[in-house]
Design a binder for this molecule. Structure first.
Ligand SMILES: Cc1cc2nc3c(=O)[nH]c(=O)nc-3n(C[C@H](O)[C@H](O)[C@H](O)COP(=O)(O)OP(=O)(O)OC[C@H]3O[C@@H](n4cnc5c(N)ncnc54)[C@H](O)[C@@H]3O)c2cc1C
Length: 540
């Protein structure tokens, strides 16, 4: 990684602009895969606010794959129940969503609270473990692209400029993205100037940390976007949120201003603010880029779509963009066809549009003061059922597909390794290669034959069945994998980002009893897997 900016033109594989959650996830993913990259961040210091504090279940799964799952669990916490007060009395208590028990296929069923600054800290720590750094104080100023590369101009804290050639440039530079603007990509949608909100991280006395406290400003119950004080898990601070009246005059956001706001809502002197750590005044901004890619330049995260905070989708959708793009950039750097990168926009743009629709509907409910506006029990918010069935990378080739199809999230399942130790499918997915699951002895043997440096085979077998050489064994001790996938005798290829890429039948002598027919089916399945591998790795 070059740090010399004396006027010579350095080079890198991927230049990532912006070290928010999306840029950091992308950098960790590229670092894990040994891809050359540079990560630059205009600000001199890490982002300090709690802002996007809710990690949805699918994001928790992503973080487990990146190797930060335990840290995320250790530093965060569950969402507390909400209480609404009037005149100091509790008038309502409820939850955004009823807590669910983990199941074998969904290990993290609930949203998990982790302040955004802490998410950044954990990801930077992981990046450092992988030998990476963030180039703080370094801004992308301009860039141009030709057939072979992108040439970027970076400005360093001392004012010097550096020219850098990169195979690809990724704009992870937030809603006001320099990259998107330089590309001239449209950012369609709306900014609701009249819907302003104050968000602040504060320390407070006279209020417990067991509940998310809200003070409705009217008799309309808890859902009219009251002033809210949420204890931030893993800290001694609270996040204060207050939508403003359309005509409210907003001075500088200081402790006296916030105290005045709180006194007005909760009653004078009931809660005392002692410190403001971070604050922001923002407007509802609901927009999406017309394209997520222009040639060698990609947009991820808020640079590609901005959401209302309602529903906690912004950060989650952002990191999933980076997760989708990361393995593809790495594969192309190792020889996969460049056309693989077309699937980034094809897959992520429809997902972003759908999520934007959901968060906007929740936002509108809140501003309309609808009774159930605090509810967050729509399963779509968890992002577990968002997938890519319509993608060209999803090849569902089975005669009778089960409930989990090509394009869907590959579920978890607990089982045992050949030595008897407990193992989960998700643990077997944490490597950097795609994983070929062979369900049943024939498919397991075939998977083992197809395994190689770019494909890991996992034999999903009943306990006691022999594991073929070349495959990792997964004994489906309690039948959880069989129940979750209902795959039959099949090969299922799990992409490096944990989505099912290909599903195909293997031969089952029970059907015809004819060994030649069975071998034909297996040969065809093997060819389909090789062809798919060619598409995503360049080698079959
Ligand atoms: C006020 C507010 C409240 C929010 N509340 C929630 C919430 O409750 N739940 C939720 O899920 N989401 C929330 N979000 C959204 C969430 O914070 C974002 O979706 C998330 O930060 C997006 O991550 P990102 O990495 O794409 O962009 P960002 O976090 O914006 O990071 C972009 C980075 O790029 C850097 N940068 C910009 N230009 C350049 C340049 N030219 N060169 C180098 N670096 C550059 C910036 O300094 C920044 O660090 C909120 C957002 C806002 C603004």
């Amino acid at each position: 990684m070059s740090t010399d900016h004396s006027g010579t033109v350095g080079s890198t594989g991927v230049l990532i602009v912006g070290a928010g959650p999306a840029g950091l996830v992308l950098a960790v993913e590229l670092a894990r895969r040994g891809v050359r990259y540079r990560l630059v961040e205009r600000d001199a210091l890490p982002f300090a606010g709690a802002r996007g504090k809710g990690l949805q279940p699918r994001t928790q799964e992503l973080f487990e794959q990146l190797g930060v799952g335990e840290r995320v669990r250790a530093h965060g916490g569950p969402y507390p129940a909400i209480r609404a007060y009037q005149g100091g009395q509790v008038v309502w208590e409820g939850r955004m969503d009823e807590p669910r028990e983990p199941t074998p296929d969904v290990p993290y069923p609930n949203a998990w609270m982790l302040p955004q600054w802490r998410t950044g800290e954990i990801l930077r720590e992981r990046l450092a473990e992988l030998g990476g750094t963030v180039g703080f104080g370094t801004a992308l100023v301009s860039f141009s692209q030709d057939a072979g590369a992108v040439t970027a101009v970076l400005r360093h804290p001392d004012g010097t400029e550096e020219r850098l050639r990169a195979d690809y440039l990724v704009g992870a530079d937030g809603g006001r993205s320099t990259v998107r603007r330089a590309l001239g990509t449209g950012f369609a949608g709306e900014t609701r100037e009249e819907q302003r909100m104050v968000l602040a991280d504060v320390r407070a006395e006279g209020v417990d940390r067991e509940y998310w406290h809200t003070w409705p400003n009217s008799e309309s119950g808890p859902s009219a976007f009251p002033l809210a004080l949420c204890p931030l898990a893993g800290t001694d601070t609270f996040q204060l949120f207050q939508p403003l009246a359309t005509d409210a005059e907003v001075p500088e956001i200081t402790l006296p201003y916030l105290q005045q706001m709180l006194d007005h809502a909760a009653g004078p002197g009931r809660v005392r603010l002692t410190e403001v750590i971070w604050s922001s005044l923002f407007r509802a901004n609901i927009r999406m880029a017309e394209r997520f890619r222009e040639g060698r330049v990609f947009l991820v995260g808020d640079a590609a779509h901005v959401h209302s905070p309602a529903g906690g989708q912004g950060l989650n959708t952002s990191v999933q963009d980076a997760w989708n793009l990361g393995w593809k950039l790495a594969a192309v750097a190792s020889g996969a066809p460049a056309a693989l990168l077309d699937s980034y926009q094809d897959e992520r743009l429809p997902v972003a549009a759908r999520v934007l629709g959901i968060s906007t509907a929740l936002h509108d409910k809140g501003f309309a003061g609808e009774e159930d506006a605090h509810r967050r029990d729509d399963p779509e918010l968890h992002q577990l059922n968002l997938g890519y069935r319509d993608s060209a990378l999803s090849r569902e080739l089975r005669a009778a597909p089960g409930p989990v199809r090509a394009g869907d999230r590959a579920p978890d399942a607990p089982g045992t390794a050949p030595d008897g130790t407990p193992v989960r499918l998700f643990e077997l997915f944490t490597g950097v290669q795609p994983v070929l699951l062979g369900f049943g002895p024939r498919a397991a043997r075939l998977a083992a034959e197809l395994a190689g440096p770019r494909l890991r085979a996992v034999a999903v077998l009943d306990p006691g069945q022999p594991v073929p050489a070349g495959a990792s064994g997964f004994a489906d001790t309690d039948g959880h994998a069989a129940r979750a996938y209902q795959a039959g005798d099949a090969l299922l290829l799990v992409r490096p980002d944990g989505y099912l890429g290909l599903a195909t039948d293997t031969g089952d002598t029970g059907d015809t009893g004819d060994v030649d027919d069975v071998d034909d089916v297996d040969d065809k399945a093997a060819d389909q897997v090789r062809d798919y591998l060619g598409t995503i790795t360049g080698q079959s």
